[in-house]
Design a protein around this ligand. Structure first.
Ligand code: AGP
Length: 359
């Protein structure tokens, strides 16, 4: 009946991508209920005494891995390295370290490079963890330890709700390692509990995002600049924009951009800058240089108002905590990709030539 009425009145149906973006507060709430106990302990089964981690994944799942690796290394001093599954799976007779937890991340659990990587590792160690959205997938069945994302079926080819769920679960793994080491994890747990509301707050910027999407839609090239664990986030934003809007978007670490890459702005190229709370003065210097020397349309996503002279668009998120800022900026970049693609008339759920699972 509803479908019939929709046809009659030509009511516009949201894309799966939009629907899935808006499901994220519920997805994260479910993870909080499932994996954070009332007393603040983390309800995950992991091996004891994890000294190091290796995180292996593809595409968006790799970006979650890479952001988490950054956090594990810099914030809790647990050695962590992220690997592209397509590269990791090619190493013959891989050296496996008995102190390392090997973490394989995949929405589908059926990506062949990720599964092959797990195959190569699990013959040498049982310290293998699958983080996946798909129960009884190959990845899920073959790993010793398992975390289910419980995000519901993700239909859109561009992954959104699975990415935030992966990131969230990886922060839980970090919290679990902290608890194993008897480091205080209370603050991290409190920050994680706020994420559903942080995501809802990010939805409020949809009008600003639509405005910039109209600008971005005029460009064939874009650059996204960010630092630290926000650099993998920039790569995720770039992948979303490429996949859905087909705009050639590249992520750069903010400081590295000055080392020659900035010359790309001599061609028409939009710039998006994600500014977190570290090294702000240097980032402002880079943005001023872009303003002074080039004529790019710039979108600045920042924790606070940077008072740039003629920055074309700015979204000030008022967030001073990096984990909160990370989730907020992730949602904004997902919406920006979706809005830009819709503005260009693309089919965001089924980008030309792409499939949901790469086998
Ligand atoms: C994400 O938007 C992409 N469609 C793609 O990069 C995807 O994340 C990648 O193929 C990995 O898929 P998986 O998580 O199912 O292993």
């Amino acid at each position: 009946m509803i479908e019939f009425l929709k046809k009659i009145f030509k009511i516009k149906k949201n894309s799966y991508m939009e629907t899935e973006i808006y499901e994220q507060p519920d997805v994260i709430n479910n993870l909080i209920k499932k994996y954070i106990n009332k007393d603040g302990t983390i309800n995950l089964e992991l091996p004891d005494n994890i000294k190091k981690t290796a995180l292996i994944a593809s595409g968006s799942s790799y970006h979650s891995a890479s952001a988490a690796a950054n956090y594990l290394r810099d914030k809790i001093h647990c050695y962590a390295q992220a690997y592209y599954a397509s590269e990791f799976s090619q190493v013959e007779n891989i050296d496996v370290d008995s102190d390392t937890l090997y973490i394989f991340i995949s929405q589908s659990g059926e990506t062949s490079d990720t599964n092959k990587s797990l195959e190569n590792v699990r013959v040498k160690t049982d310290k293998t963890l699958a983080i996946t959205n798909t129960k009884n997938s190959t990845l899920y069945n073959n790993a010793k330890y398992k975390i289910l994302l419980n995000a519901g079926v993700e239909k859109s080819i561009a992954s959104t709700k699975a990415v935030s769920a992966q990131l969230f679960c990886l922060f839980l793994v970090a919290g679990k390692i902290m608890q194993q080491r008897e480091m205080p994890a209370v603050q991290l747990i409190e920050e994680l509990k706020k994420i559903p509301q942080i995501i809802k707050n990010a939805f409020e910027f949809r009008r600003n995002i639509q405005d910039y999407a109209k600008t971005l839609a005029n460009y064939e090239n874009a650059a996204i600049l960010a630092s630290g664990m926000f650099y993998p986030l920039a790569k995720e934003g770039a992948l979303k924009i490429k996949e859905t809007a087909y705009i050639n978007t590249t992520a750069y670490p903010t400081g590295e951009f000055l080392h020659g890459h900035i010359a790309i702005l001599n061609k028409k190229c939009a710039v998006i800058s994600v500014v977190n709370n570290v090294n702000v003065e240097f980032t402002i210097k880079v943005l001023k240089k872009i303003e002074d020397d080039y004529n790019s349309d710039t979108l600045v996503l920042s924790a606070f108002n940077l008072n740039l002279k003629k920055s074309d668009s700015a979204i000030c998120l008022n967030l001073y905590n990096d984990i909160e800022l990370l989730f907020s900026a992730l949602i904004i970049l997902q919406l920006l990709a979706c809005e830009t693609a819709l503005f260009l008339g693309r089919n965001v759920d089924k980008p030309s030539g792409l499939t949901k699972v790469v086998k």
